[in-house]
Design a protein around this ligand. Structure first.
Ligand SMILES: Cc1cc2nc3c(=O)[nH]c(=O)nc-3n(C[C@H](O)[C@H](O)[C@H](O)COP(=O)(O)O)c2cc1C
Length: 207
């Protein structure tokens, strides 16, 4: 049997109707995230972040680290994603929570969080994570793992007192949300929230 011929999964966990949705998509997101945590979805804060430069998209997983008026994540500003965001602030997040058969898409523009907010988050991280993010020239070619480990050891010895300038937070400011609930026979439920001036307009979408 080929890898792709295994039995197709049919989704039956739940359904999504217009009356189930909260009017504020941030609240709807938090409601679903809470359910994902309660159902022990592995890595519920893991989200696929897509950025795009010269019409060429790229995606990678990052961790959602907070929600205010946007969705917060932390990374290396000089990384590939950082450079792409610098050149084109439009980005897209995607969450897939298989246990609940739910997908959420969030589109918007990305900005840096304030240096103070990045400092606060950086210093709240375990020391080893602080050292790793300061030592790793994320997305650059390195000659060996030794090179990386040596950079870590050097920083461990010298100590780390503050957040490096090249590392910090981003905030994706949503203009579009989409909540997807798997249903039987591929007739899934999908609802989009589009921001029209200050109001969110909710529409059912064909699966
Ligand atoms: C589940 C998961 C969570 C991750 N979280 C982060 C994160 O929060 N920040 C980060 O910089 N990289 C994170 N990574 C690593 C990224 O996927 C990626 O390899 C790295 O950021 C470099 O991406 P880039 O070269 O496209 O900039 C995570 C990877 C996985 C699999």
């Amino acid at each position: 049997m080929s890898l792709f011929e295994k039995e197709r999964s049919d989704y039956g966990f739940g359904k999504l109707d217009r009356e189930d949705l909260l009017e504020d998509p941030f609240e709807q997101f938090k409601f679903w995230l809470q359910a994902a945590v309660e159902h022990e979805v592995p890595e519920p804060a893991g989200m696929c972040l897509s950025t795009c430069i010269d019409n060429r998209p790229s995606s990678r997983m990052v961790l959602l680290r907070g929600i205010d008026h946007g969705f917060l994540f932390y990374t290396n500003y000089l990384s590939r994603k950082g450079q792409e965001i610098e050149n084109n602030p439009f980005g897209c997040l995607n969450f897939w929570w298989p246990t609940l058969e739910r997908q959420i898409r969030i589109e918007g523009t990305i900005e840096k969080v304030s240096p103070e907010q990045s400092d606060e988050y950086f210093l709240s991280r375990p020391l080893e994570s602080q050292i790793a993010s300061a030592a790793s020239p994320q997305s650059q070619i390195i000659t060996s793992r030794d090179e990386l480990e040596q950079a870590v050891n050097t920083l461990r010895e010298s100590g780390i007192t503050h957040r490096p300038d090249h590392w910090g937070g981003y905030r994706l400011l949503p203009t579009y949300f989409e909540f997807w609930q798997g249903r039987s026979a591929r007739l899934h439920d999908r609802f989009a929230y589009n921001r029209d001036l200050r109001e969110w307009q909710i529409s059912r979408m064909a699966p």
